[in-house]
Design a protein around this ligand. Structure first.
Ligand code: ZN
Length: 429
């Protein structure tokens, strides 16, 4: 998927982004001499070049066959756009930008834009993903620096296109997915014999996950939960705990699996919170294990949605070629599956007393994040953001504390033999 970039950089230095960002349809725009001029500022106060850029507003204006998408920025940036199909999207890559814009603003359909979202895509890199209501191409991308107050405005001009044209433009400038590395500390040395637990807060950055009332989003909720679970497990002294993300950043599903395998994890727990439209009454916690065939239609639907996380962030969501499955790996994966089931069963057993469980709390489906063949893995859906009752629990410190306490017990029991061998004296009752 290598291609060459066709940049129209107007005078600004092409920075480290260059090698990370793949091929662009239309290219970087900047204005000659701006960084220095801006650094001095109208008020004469010098600003270090590293000051993070702020996006203060995002506006959409539809006119005839064109739609203008504008981002007001504290200073000019280099921006690159490319197209993706299925669903039709325009992906705009930027250096790190702090969006001081309400996240729910992007849900309104206007002109060629069905919706849009923005956020941190990887450390140092932000992204805007624009979902198109019909095929469109980027007619122009530019930065205007004469906005009031010294701000810069990034303008992306979308133009209606037919399907053939959309595909032609996309094919001429294919996007290459940039790798996002998991936390380096994930590669732990094995000298320390304590079990390694990788906790995976779902979604993050540009991918918010499910939405609840009052602006509550899955990515924040599960990160809080994961951090507290880590604290609880680390404090016991029995485990080494790694988070796949410890900030509001996007991590691809493949990188989450690689983080677990790279860390030689003994257990991988992915944490999510679901949402169902029109299903106020549907609630409760569910523990999933991976399987080629889903245990029921609802689980298949959920796995399908969770598996779209990469696409939501504007990444090619197709899997790389499957690893060659040899007989040894097949045996390993069978054993891993049985450990995953055992742990899932314990988890449900322990959580039963403190959490409202789903009517069918143990399910299976083809989650891409549960595909490490050698790491017992489960995916925990804490509840439904679409249920008022669940939502109240999910944001409650008391509930979280109890749920985490029960999880710690389930984890201690799962590792009981190993902890006993290592001489871990007291395992939680
Ligand atoms: Zn999720």
């Amino acid at each position: 998927m290598e291609g060459h970039s066709e940049r129209l950089a107007l005078g600004m230095h092409i920075e480290r982004l260059t090698h990370l960002l793949c091929v662009m349809i239309l290219a970087a725009v900047a204005v000659a001499g701006v960084p220095d001029a801006w650094a001095q500022g109208g008020n004469g106060i010098a600003r270090p070049a590293s000051t993070s850029v702020i996006a203060a507003a995002v506006t959409v204006r539809a006119e005839a066959d064109r739609t203008l998408f504008s981002v007001t920025l504290s200073e000019p940036v280099e921006a690159n756009a490319h197209l993706m199909e299925g669903p039709d999207r325009v992906i705009v890559d930027l250096p790190e930008v702090a969006f001081h814009v309400p996240t729910d603003q992007g849900s309104k359909r206007e002109g060629l834009i069905a919706s849009y979202r923005f956020g941190l895509f990887a450390p140092g890199r932000s992204r805007v993903v624009i979902d198109l209501s019909q095929p469109a191409t980027v007619a122009d991308i530019r930065v205007q620096t004469d906005a009031p107050g010294g701000a810069a405005v990034l303008i992306i001009e979308l133009k209606h296109a037919d399907r053939d044209e959309f595909r032609k433009v996309m094919a001429a400038n294919p996007a290459k997915s940039a790798k996002v590395g998991p936390e380096r500390e994930a590669v732990a040395e094995k000298a320390d014999e304590r079990p390694i637990i990788v906790i995976d807060p779902g979604h993050g950055g540009i991918d918010p996950g499910a939405n609840g009332a009052n602006g509550i989003v899955e990515k924040d909720l599960v990160l809080t939960f994961a951090r507290e679970l880590r604290k609880r497990l680390s404090n016991s002294g029995y485990y080494r705990v790694v988070l796949t993300r410890d900030e509001d950043v996007f991590i691809s599903l493949g990188d989450r699996v690689r983080a677990a395998r790279g860390a030689k994890a003994d257990l991988f727990i992915s944490i999510h919170a679901d949402s169902i439209s029109g299903g106020q009454g549907v609630r409760g916690l569910t523990v999933y294990t991976g399987a080629e065939r889903a245990s029921d239609a609802e689980s298949a639907r959920l796995a399908d949605r969770e598996n779209k996380a990469d696409a939501a962030a504007g990444m090619d969501s197709t899997d790389g070629p499957d690893e060659v499955v040899d007989i040894l790996q097949e045996l390993t994966s069978r054993e891993t599956r049985s450990f995953s089931h055992r742990f899932a069963g314990r988890l449900v057993g322990e959580l039963d007393s403190v959490a409202q469980l789903n009517k069918n709390p143990r399910r299976e489906a083809g989650f891409r994040v549960l595909r490490a063949h050698d790491v017992p893995s489960v995916l925990l859906e804490l509840g439904y953001l679409s249920s008022r009752k669940d939502l109240d629990l999910l944001v409650s410190d008391e509930w979280r504390g109890k749920a985490i306490g029960s999880m710690a017990v389930a984890i201690d029991r799962f590792f009981a033999q190993r902890l006993a061998r290592q001489g871990a004296a007291a395992v939680s009752p």
